[in-house]
Each structure stands twice: as C-alpha cells, then as structure tokens.
Design a protein around this ligand. Structure first.
Ligand SMILES: Cc1cc2nc3c(=O)[nH]c(=O)nc-3n(C[C@H](O)[C@H](O)[C@H](O)COP(=O)(O)OP(=O)(O)OC[C@H]3O[C@@H](n4cnc5c(N)ncnc54)[C@H](O)[C@@H]3O)c2cc1C
Length: 467
C-alpha cells in the first residue's frame, strides 16, 4: 500500500536541528514542509537520553527561534545556582512536542510523519505499519548528518564479558541493590553527569573509579549566560580570550593563560588536556567532581572481564559486584564537511561551534533570504565540531571569521540581534547601550586580527609537527 505527498521541502530528522530549521521557514516563507523521523515524537536524541540529562547551556537560547524554552529563571539551588535554568531532557522533549502541535501543525503547511524512516529517493517507510509514502519535494533537507549518538542506543565499542554489569547512564536510577563500587567509563560530559549523579546520591567518592582516556578543556557556564546583567561579563570573557590569544607566544602558553584567567577550565591542573568538545560546567560542578580521586588514565577500555578491566595501557581490577557505566558513545562525531547548499539538497551542519539549533535556524534564514547557492554557502561556512586542542583554535578562529562576515551584512546583523537563539549577538547588538560595553566591543575588534594570525600560526605549526 502506498500514499503520496507533495511539499516544497522534505526535512529528514525532527531532532532539534530539523525543528529549528523548519521553524524559521514557517516564519519567514510560505513554504510547505514534510518532516519525517524514525522516532515517535519530535526532539531526536533527547527521546533516548538518560533521565537526569539537562541542557549544558541555558534554556534561554535553545530550541526553536520563535518560542521561549523555560521561564528564564535563575537556579536557586544546586550546582548551577545563580545561573540561568537548564531544561531537563523531558522538558526539551515536551517543548518540541508543543512546537509541533501548537505551532507547526496548525499552520496547515507542515506534514509530520513520525515513526517513519527515510529510505531515499523521496520514499519514507512507517516502521510500525510498513506503509510507504512517496514525498515529492523540491528540496530535501538532511537534518540527520550530525549523527548524534547517545549511550542508551549505542552498544559499547569494547568487549563486555558475560556476568559483568555494564549499563548506560539511563540504568543508574533503576539500581536497587547497592553495588560494591562503580566504574564510570568515558571522559566526556555524559560521564561527568553520571559521576555527579552518583555523588549527589551520596555514593562515597572512593568507591567510584573514573576511566578518562583523554582530559578535556572545558567552558565555564558562568561565561555563557543570557541577559543584560551578564552581557558585560560575556563580553569581558571574549575580550580576555582574544587579548590572551593575540599576546600569546605559543599554544601551550596560550592555554595556560586561558586557564589562569578562567576562560577555560580543566579538571586536574597537573594533566594537560588534549580534548576539547565544548563541554560546559560550573566551577561548583568541577569542585564536586574533584572529590573523585580514582581517575584511571590508561587509555581506552578494550574489554571488561569479570575480574579485570583491560585498557590500552594496562589493567585494573574489577568484580561482578561492580556496576560499570558506559558513557563512551561519541555524542557528536566528527563528520566530513560538506557544502550546506547543493542543488535540491541541504545538509544541516554547524556554522557556529556547538550551536546546533542556532546554526539550523540561521541556515533556514539564509535559505529564505538569498537566491544562489554560491552566496548561501559563502555566508554559511561550516564550523565543524571540535574534538581536540587544535579544534579549539580552529573553531575560535572560524567563529570569529563568520561573525565578521555576518556583521558586515546589515540584514544579517539585524536578524542576529533579534534572534532568540543567538545569545551572543543579542548581548552585542542594540543592547550595547553604555560606553563601557562599547569599549569592550572595540577591544575585541582591536585584538581580533592579531589573535587570528596567532591561531593560524599555531594550527600551521601543529600540522607541521604532525607531518
Ligand atoms: C546529552 C546531550 C546534551 C546536549 N546539550 C546541548 C546543549 O545544551 N546545547 C546545545 O546547543 N547542544 C547540545 N547538545 C548537542 C545536540 O547535538 C543538539 O543540541 C541537538 O539536540 C542535536 O539535534 P540534531 O537534530 O542534530 O540530532 P538528533 O537529535 O540526533 O536528531 C536527528 C533525528 O533524525 C532521525 N533520523 C536519522 N536518520 C533518519 C532516517 N533515515 N529517517 C528518518 N529519521 C532519521 C533520528 O531518529 C533523530 O530523531 C547536546 C547533545 C547531547 C547528546
């Protein structure tokens, strides 16, 4: 049995990016859109996340551009106290459900096909019924390219012997028999959340072992806050970063100074990080995390046996009575950069580091506003997800270059300063009221050319060493 449909756009993926893209099309064009997704609800990976997941960044600039997420309150308790609220996973899923049902569907211009897999050539298949639908669309928008993976739907890449308890973080709240100890596997944000969850449940830090293959540079959430009150602080952070980079003598000294001034954070000051993936924490979270002293830095896990864990560089003891928490799913993999705009096809990617929803909304605005693909691709230079130290340098440079380009276009500048999802331009745009803030913006501009030259140089030096 088959059904057919006709739309201007076929958006594959009703995750945050597909939703943020469609939202701008709804508000800036008359286009009709079919959205397909394997999940039964919008929100993508947020449907599979662990129950204690929260946004890493304030709700204030997450979601779709046209609808506020949360109520813009500051947390009164907990490790994010004094900073703006972070939506929980369930709140994010509810929000996207409301966007779909209260905003998109009532326009009569959106056709939403949940539980449907896109199999190519305009064909989608309902996973529950097997019914195939052919969608005729002028343009297909790939909102799946970032390939987000979370532990609950990804098997560990290492071997796990029979009889070993190895669970994704989703299983933690279901623990009823207190185990002998916990081994948290993975050095990223999900592992940090799992460690903090254990500590919050009064687990003795000394029964937690944390396997960290790579230490990471982290961002301080206090510097990534919305609102006038924080605008100056956010600007000061940017000034400081650009001035430190501009004045630096080599990459190591630059990172040391960034840490010294609080522009970057690290877990253990005696271990120089090599990883950078925009992990965002508060200083209070980091302090709490430091209560865990059993940090295993022996590379990646190769196998968890019943009495030993085999790692790249050695073994540690374990037991059948230990709970292993797998936090190794890649989250945001490094994908090869593709042109975003191709004939009849768009591939959503980030045009500002780690700002997926902003990027998807911005791309939709560019799609709605400019005519030819060459111009559109020039405006939307991809800033791929960072992975390591050079990724910090590359994305800092490429973000700055994109900002310079966008702010030179009065139309884009205006759009950015009104975009809910752009926490940064809102702080800099017409909100730059007093002379102190104007002075800070001037200092950023002054330091930028030298900073960009330094970043170019360090990236080139890094490539030379690698060669
Ligand atoms: C735990 C976690 C916390 C995060 N917190 C933040 C944060 O605070 N701020 C921030 O900016 N970013 C955050 N991110 C980054 C995150 O990647 C984005 O926020 C965003 O949710 C990603 O959405 P997406 O649409 O790219 O991907 P997804 O959520 O993966 O959506 C893609 C969708 O496409 C569907 N799909 C794939 N292939 C097909 C197919 N062939 N047919 C049909 N459907 C298909 C999938 O089922 C999925 O629903 C976080 C990421 C994780 C993992």
């Amino acid at each position: 049995m088959g059904m057919n449909g006709v739309s201007d756009y076929l958006v594959v993926g009703a995750g945050a990016m597909g939703m943020a893209f469609t939202d701008v099309l709804m508000n800036e064009t008359e286009a009709t859109v079919t959205i397909v997704d394997r999940h039964g609800r919008p929100g993508g990976h947020w449907n599979d996340s662990y129950p204690f997941v929260r946004l890493h960044q304030p709700s204030s600039f997450y979601g779709v551009n046209s609808r506020a997420l949360g109520t813009n309150q500051k947390d009164l308790v907990g490790l994010n106290v004094g900073l703006y609220e972070l939506a929980s996973g369930t709140e994010v899923v509810t929000y996207f459900d409301q966007v779909m049902n209260q905003q998109f569907l009532p326009t009569g211009r959106v056709n939403y096909l949940p539980m449907c897999e896109y199999v190519g050539n305009g064909t989608v298949r309902n996973l529950a019924s097997g019914v195939e639908t052919h969608i005729e669309a002028a343009k297909t928008v790939d909102a799946t390219y970032m390939n987000v993976t979370v532990p609950s739907v990804t098997a560990p890449s290492y071997e796990v012997a029979e009889g070993v308890t190895c669970i994704p973080p989703n299983g933690l709240p279901n623990i009823h028999d207190t185990p002998e100890g916990y081994v948290v596997v993975g050095g990223g944000k999900t592992a940090i959340d799992s460690c903090l969850w254990l500590l919050d449940n009064s687990v003795d830090p000394d029964v937690i072992r944390w396997v960290v293959p790579r230490d990471q540079w982290m961002l301080d959430r206090a510097s990534i806050q919305p609102g006038d009150e924080f605008a100056e602080q956010a600007l000061r952070r940017q000034v400081e970063t650009m001035e430190i980079v501009a004045a630096s003598v080599d990459a190591d000294q630059m990172f040391d100074e960034l840490v010294q001034q609080g522009a970057l954070l690290q877990f253990d000051h005696s271990v120089r990080p090599t990883m950078y993936r925009c992990c965002t924490v508060t200083v209070a979270e980091l302090e709490e995390l430091r209560r865990i002293r059993n940090v295993v830095r022996m590379g990646r896990v190769q196998k968890i046996g019943t009495d030993h864990i085999h790692l790249d560089h050695g073994q540690i003891l374990t037991s059948r009575d230990t709970v292993h928490v797998d936090c190794t799913a890649d989250g945001l993999a490094n994908r090869p950069v593709r042109p975003i705009f191709e004939p009849n096809h768009l591939t959503l990617q980030t045009v500002r580091t780690c700002q997926q929803v902003f990027s998807a909304a911005f791309i939709a605005h560019v799609e709605a506003t400019y005519d030819d693909d060459v111009t559109k691709n020039e405006i939307c230079t991809v800033v791929p997800h960072p992975n390591d130290t050079s990724g910090w340098m590359r994305t800092t440079r490429d973000n700055a270059l994109n900002s310079i380009r966008w702010n030179a276009d009065p139309g884009l500048k205006e759009w950015l300063s009104n975009a809910r999802l752009d926490g940064f331009s809102r702080a800099k745009g017409d909100k730059v009221r007093d002379s102190r803030q104007q002075e800070l913006v001037a200092r950023i501009m002054e330091a930028t050319p030298a900073a960009l030259a330094k970043l170019d140089q360090y990236l080139e030096d890094g490539r030379a060493v690698a060669r």
